[in-house]
Design a protein around this ligand. Structure first.
Ligand code: ARG
Length: 492
């Protein structure tokens, strides 16, 4: 017998069965749906809303459901699958108590939040691992000078450590955004029922606390209608992936023959089926493309919601797999990126070659003129611009043409000055150029070490927050299981 359609409706059209079913993406919800049923039943028993013996039978039946349960699409979704299992086992008189004062609408919103909060903690833990790996790699390369780029052109010298730490700071922001979303995720919709709560004297707070929630989604209509918490997460994950994708893109670019700055570890590369010389950064490429997929999940979710009348509509069901997809993409991308960053080899000799191009120090020369001769920066910029042009026209480096500097100063400003060549040598020293950049956040090793210490303590804080959340959830689940055990003990 169809416990839902019963005497009300004829059977569903065969071609509509899979079309309206959510079982293809309900698997992650099996465990939380069982737990929600348990917590709700405990509350019904404690408040005298179901006969104690009946409730205890339901709790026993729920406990016996295997977590790898094969879901039947004819029963529409995980919720009906679980309820019908219990009814099959206990009969309608007892098992039929299960859905008193609740609905699939509050149940699915609650179950999604339970899965999502675990994903968030897992994603943040993996993000922390990647940050730690980046910092480790920075420690090896505090003094590895490289050209810093703007517009993909040599700009000013930085260090590899400074460059990698930029990703670390961005990733930390991604972590904080997710931590912030957790506050809005970890609130319970249970008790909202279909949309209007119930006339029975249920206790929403008790159910919420047994399931590890920090509070309630207050308005029952909002509780079953809203999925903005999920869009917020997909949006945060899109930003995270965007940052990972930029790192991936740099690895791809830097591993080309033309750049030759990195060698991707074999474990994260593949070769060609025809060209034996090839080593392709395919893992990084997939991070780049999966970023586009996650943007698709974001747009799909926003579009599903934008014209949806309150409260529950089945359209919401199609949003759920977008959440799982986004979370899985972010999680695996963080894992492979961590592995790749652990093993990537930086070609220090190639970087040494690249910084021989002392055009990187043109700004330093202009700065020097302002301080030495009181020339305004804009005029100094023009003077050095003329010097750069002279160097390029003659195929020379800046150091090779600095002898002409006094001449250009005179031509452009009318000032007759003598530029001490020994001081210019200092200005054109790339190591010194890095070390004098001691401004907060700059590339000098002193500053980079300070930044690393700062990130380390931030990471530590984030790590502790994850641990606290996990132990808080554990405490609630222990309470839930103790209550079940106690009732079963009393009842049997
Ligand atoms: N399978 C549904 C979902 O994933 C559960 C809620 C169905 N509610 C309903 N009234 N048909 O959203």
């Amino acid at each position: 017998m169809d416990i839902l359609r019963g005497e009300r409706l004829k059977g569903l059209a065969p071609e509509a069965i899979n079309f309206i079913s959510s079982i293809s993406h309900d698997e992650p919800l099996i465990k939380p749906v069982i737990m929600i049923n348990q917590a709700h039943m405990i509350m019904l028993i404690e408040y005298g809303l179901v006969k104690r013996e009946y409730g205890i039978e339901c709790l026993k039946a729920l406990e016996s459901i295997p977590l790898d349960l094969k879901l039947d699409p004819k029963l529409e979704d995980v919720h009906m699958n679980i309820e019908s299992l219990v009814i099959k086992k206990l009969g309608e008189e007892i098992g039929g108590q299960l859905n008193l004062g609740k609905s699939r609408n509050d149940q699915v919103a609650t179950a999604i939040r339970m899965v999502l909060r675990d994903y968030i903690l897992d994603i943040i833990s993996n993000l922390i691992k990647l940050c730690k790996t980046l910092i480790q790699r920075c420690e090896e390369h505090l003094e590895t000078i490289m050209p810093g780029y703007t517009h993909l052109q040599h700009a000013q010298p930085v260090t590899l450590a400074h460059h990698l730490l930029a990703y670390c700071e961005a990733l930390l922001r991604d972590g904080y955004r997710l931590r912030d979303s957790y506050k809005r995720i970890n609130l319970s919709p249970m008790g909202a029922a279909a949309l209007a709560t119930t006339g029975l004297n249920i206790d929403r707070n008790l159910v919420a606390s047994l399931l590890g929630f920090d509070g309630l989604i207050r308005n029952s209509i909002d509780a079953v209608s809203s999925r903005d918490f999920a869009v917020e997460v997909i949006s945060n994950l899109s930003l995270l992936m965007m940052n990972l994708s930029r790192l991936a893109e740099e690895l791809i670019l830097w591993s080309t023959y033309e750049f030759g700055i990195v060698e991707i570890p074999d474990e994260y590369a593949s070769t060609s089926s025809i060209m034996p010389q090839k080593k392709n950064a395919v893992v990084a490429e997939m991070i780049r493309s999966k970023t586009s997929i996650i943007y698709g999940d974001l747009i799909a979710s926003l579009s599903i919601l934008k014209s949806l009348p309150y409260s529950y509509n089945l359209d919401l069901q199609d949003l759920t797999p977008r959440i799982w997809n986004a979370c899985n993409i972010a999680l695996t991308s963080l894992m492979v990126m961590d592995g790749m960053m652990k093993g990537v080899k930086f070609n220090v000799n190639r970087l040494k070659d690249l910084i021989k191009n002392d055009m990187l120090l043109a700004t330093d020369l202009a700065d020097y003129l302002t301080q030495k001769f009181g020339i305004s920066f804009r005029i100094a910029h023009r003077i050095i611009g003329a010097l750069v042009r002279r160097a390029i026209e003659n195929g020379k480096t800046l150091s090779e043409v600095v002898g002409d500097l006094s001449k250009f100063i005179e031509e452009i400003t009318g000032l007759k000055v003598n530029v001490p060549i020994n001081e210019l040598k200092d200005v054109l020293n790339v190591e010194k150029a890095v070390e004098i950049r001691k401004v907060i956040g700059g590339p000098s090793s002193f500053e980079v070490i300070k930044m690393m210490d700062y990130y380390k303590s931030e990471i530590n804080g984030l790590e502790n927050w994850v641990l606290e959340c996990k132990s808080k959830l554990e405490r609630s689940f222990t309470l839930l299981h103790n209550k079940i055990a106690l009732l079963r003990g009393v009842g049997s």
